[in-house]
Design a binder for this molecule. Structure first.
Ligand SMILES: Nc1nc2c(ncn2[C@@H]2O[C@H](COP(=O)(O)OP(=O)(O)OP(=O)(O)O)[C@@H](O)[C@H]2O)c(=O)[nH]1
Ligand SMILES: [K+]
Ligand SMILES: [Mg+2]
Length: 471
């Protein structure tokens, strides 16, 4: 339930670690009655600690007792986070206990004895952190992405969002729009009969021009952030029997796809989520592309083409002995030409079947020659390919500067709408200054929606005073 002023909040509790047998479980309690829970259930083990009383932010040895019967439920540790310096910004108590079904059940049912406490709803601790202003929406998303992260890149991306990088950038943007708005508002308020400094409207326009290129800059990230968060979609394609399914199996390190000497083995698309050099990649194996009378195979071929066209990255696998010319050059088979773009990676498989070394590949596409049968050249491919992906997604290791900002489609939607409002402002002639101001207000709101901030009046008031207005 969202926070309502004047309505006292219930204290919530939940097991914050996964249920099951484990060394430690954490039960979290947040809200005004957290200290009552401490008084009722935590008995500090050391006499000294008992004499000192509750000290916030310190992990204390204790036994956990039932608040009514005083029966010992477990032996563990407890910590009190005093508001507002806690995750939720409320008083929080954490009980670190043994993770066993009966222990947890006894503690949760003891907590239910407090009339001011109730079990937390899913995500409610984070929701309180958001309502308490501890986290904005981008941080909430970052936190969720962090928990879901399966590769190093995703972890890094989520961690910087959770740490407030996106929040700070969007907040800056919103404040700058409000500054421009304050300039325009000044014109409205002071135009009648009073002198206003020359060129204020022009200054506001110049500022909006700047902001618009900043936003465009954020938007022109080739959707890197979203792609990295959800996984790079990679399509493996090529003629039948080139070794596409063998490649998928090599990348997955298991026999995921059927491999046979029969051309046309793969028909349906087979997708796997893999970690390639720390990057999340959704790899799709596809049917070999060739002309066929077989209806089923034809469907597979159509699907393969669509897959390649819709993928973020495509990898063309060819059988080296089949594409090598007499002059040791590689020729892309004409049937594949339309699908092989300048960004397509080319893999020349079955190097074990030929003695000649390929001299060049048409164009300057990145390519590797190897043999999936003998393993020759596969390590070089894997390292080089991961490096190429990192380069393509512009990931400068451990540098926040290289990290894309927009990790959710939602961010893009709001930024695009902000851009439209800024454009509308720029198109509004100076004599319609009231309408122009309205566009800027919408633009600020659109950016505010990214972080979940609402209302601009507060910031407006304080910023308004900063402006130098003629007397
Ligand atoms: N000599 C040699 N044979 C290979 C190599 N890689 C794969 N093969 C063999 O080539 C045949 C075809 O391999 P697949 O992986 O099924 O090829 P594909 O491209 O998926 O074929 P389709 O699904 O039919 O389009 C199999 O018999 C593999 O064992 C290699 O590097 N050298
Ligand atoms: K095959
Ligand atoms: Mg196959």
């Amino acid at each position: 339930m969202p926070y309502q002023a004047g309505v006292p909040r219930r204290t919530i509790y939940a097991l914050s670690t996964p249920p099951g047998k484990a060394g430690v479980a954490v039960v979290r309690i947040s809200g005004p009655a957290a200290l009552d829970v401490w008084q009722g259930m935590v008995r500090l083990t050391s006499k000294k600690a008992r004499e000192r009383g509750v000290r916030p932010w310190r992990l204390e040895r204790c036994i956990i007792v039932h608040p009514e019967t005083a029966e010992t439920l477990d032996d563990g540790l407890a910590v009190f986070f005093k508001a507002p310096k806690s995750f939720t910004t409320e008083d929080v108590v954490e009980l670190h206990v043994h993770s066993g079904r009966a222990v947890i059940a006894s503690i949760l049912s003891a907590l239910a004895r407090f009339p001011s406490c109730r079990p937390a709803e899913p995500g409610e601790f984070t929701r309180r952190a958001f309502e308490g202003g501890r986290l904005d929406l981008t941080q909430v998303e970052g936190l969720k992405d962090l928990i879901d992260a399966e590769t190093d890149t995703q972890r890094r991306l989520a961690l910087s969002a959770a740490g407030g990088l996106a929040r700070a950038r969007f907040e800056d943007l919103r404040e700058e729009i409000i500054r421009a708005l304050a300039m325009v508002e000044a014109i409205i308020d002071f135009s009648e009969g009073e002198d206003i400094e020359e060129g204020v409207y022009e200054a506001a326009r110049a500022k909006v021009q700047q902001l618009r290129s900043k936003i465009e800059n954020y938007l022109s990230d080739s959707r890197r952030g979203e792609i990295l968060r959800s996984g790079i979609r990679l399509a493996i394609f090529g003629p039948p029997n080139a070794g596409k399914s063998s490649l998928l199996n090599f990348l997955a390190q298991r026999e995921a796809a059927i491999v046979t000497p029969v051309p046309g083995t793969t028909r349906d698309i087979l997708e796997l989520s893999l970690d390639i050099g720390g990057l999340p990649v959704i790899v799709a194996d596809t049917a070999g592309l060739r002309h066929t009378e077989d209806v089923v195979e034809q469907i597979g071929v159509d699907r393969a083409r669509n897959m390649v066209q819709g993928a973020d990255v495509s990898l063309c696998v060819l059988s080296l002995p089949e594409v090598l010319t007499d002059e040791s050059r590689v020729e892309i088979p004409p049937t594949l030409e339309p699908l092989v773009g300048p960004d397509t990676f080319v893999l020349l498989n079955k190097q074990d079947l030929t003695h000649s070394v390929p001299l060049s590949i048409i164009g300057d596409r990145q390519s590797w020659a190897f043999s999936l049968s003998t393993g020759e050249g596969t390590k070089e491919f894997l390292d080089g390919f991961a490096e190429a992906l990192r380069k393509r997604y512009d990931l400068i290791q451990d540098s926040q500067a290289g990290q894309p900002l927009l990790t959710h489609a939602r961010h893009r939607v709001h930024l695009e709408s902000a851009l439209r409002f800024l454009d509308a402002f720029l198109e509004t002639p100076a004599e319609h200054v009231v309408l122009a101001a309205e566009e800027l207000r919408y633009a600020a709101q659109a950016v505010g929606k990214i972080s979940g901030a609402i209302g601009v009046e507060d910031v407006l008031d304080s910023l308004f005073r900063e402006f130098c207005i003629g007397k």
